[in-house]
Design a protein around this ligand. Sequence first.
Ligand code: NA7
Length: 532
Amino acid sequence: MPAQRTGRRADVVIVGAGILGINQLYRAVQAGLSVQLLEQGAGVGGTWFWNRYPGCRFDSESYTYGYLFSAELWQEWDWSQEFAPQPETERYLNYVVDKFDLRRHIRLDSKVTSAVWDEAAGEWATGTEDGFQVRSRYLIATTGVLSVPQYPDVPGREDFRGEAYHPVRWPREPVDLRGKRVAVIGTGSTGVQIAPAIADEVASLTMYQRSATWATPLNNHPISAAQQAYLKANFASIKARLDASVGGFLHQPAGKKWTEDTPRQRQEFFEAVWNSPGFAKISANYDDLVVNPEANKDWCAFMAGKIRGIVRDPATAEKLIPTDHLYIGLRPPYVTGYYEMYNKPNVELVSLRETPIVKVTETGIETSDRLREFDVIIWATGFDFGSGAMLRMGVVGADGLRLADYWADGPLTYLGIMTRGFPNFFFPGGPHGAAGNNPRYGELQVNFVQDLIDHAGARGRRRIEVPKADEQAWMDMIAQLEAYSPFQKRGQYYGANTPGKPKAYLLNPGGRPKLDEFMAKAAGSGYEGFFA
Ligand code: NA7
């Protein structure tokens, strides 16, 4: 039910207190707007509130992931490691919320179930599961792309009588896995982070792998005092480099192609890349890695050699080597001790390609060859990526148009921020938004939204809607450049992991250059056509 007009009001309602929700809240408060932020969780942090599973950490460098909107914040906060663990990030986000006095705008335990545009009033009426209602000129969904857990459609999943967890719903109270027989289903970024973190304490760890992935070392390390001093002294130049980078990282591009090196030089170069931090495996690899399959195959052969060198059991090593996709065909994980873990006597790898799951029983998991019994099953099976959370908010736009209907064949967006028929509604960081280090892309979108709201406010404009032609131009860009995307169509970035979801590309294949180009065009024209 829409909220009553006499109820609570705010200029802006923001949904979600994750990285971007907090950024958007900061910008809106700075602009002097009244804001009500509604957050489903019992704390702030979004991804970094929910994902409290063992081993959870960044795979973007901490200081490139944190906020850049305040030099003072940069000076005050010391990241302890290149790739901070989840508890540190959750502390950071709470620190930010308190430092900028944002908590008083946030209502926790507030799951939005309805958001309806009231054309006559020019307002959104937003309601939560527990009956809270608020009306606002603007509605901004910063609900994230990795919010809704995805469970596989495996017979008997509910029958299991032991403990079962999805990493994104990991309990806040400690989970004692010591001495237990544990199964992990899924070897995406999450499964390969959890497994080595728990392998030493559990009685047995059984990894159920459907697709092998090209995991490479995260190469994490503590931030030394000297590095800390460097970071503090160079905020402006680091920010400038990040603001100009395509991926939102500091890694230096190689500046050379695979074709330019001899076989021996390639091996030396790949060794250096293997030892480089996190996403440098992509952003500082050969310039032609993505566009030249020969270069990519050579890198894959190098990684396969590494896996064979680390994993002592040859049969296990072969199972861990992908044969169905090149590097970045699926989102590559970055790991600490993952392959080494398979040398422990209590760790077993089950390939679901060889022996698929038949069913889950009360006591364990039955594959086509046998039943294994467990105390704990961890479903690291991913997310309803991109649009999952927004489509569960009950959004209804102009003329009663349901977002779920408008997006029935996949999201239709402008910049991954707006959608036609939904006035004064924005979703920075939503589908078609991401193309690299998420907070860096997201902040561009957050700033676009607030700048547009400021522009409208300064000119007394009350209704903002993306023109059909602009939405179409963004969708045309996606359709054109998607062909160059390295990601396979069977993955989360096409929604293919979620039963019943339309198969549509969910990232921004044009990256920052296209985002910058479209944003500059809109702002440069005074957002022509955006105001009724
Ligand atoms: P991902 O990357 O979607 O990985 C999910 C994993 O779960 C992946 O290995 C899947 O295998 C596996 N999976 C999914 N369904 C099944 C079934 N039915 N049976 C067996 N295995 C299954 O999610 P993550 O949580 O690891 O990572 C999410 C994001 O976190 C990531 O993109 C980063 O941005 C950080 P599949 O490959 O589909 O064969």
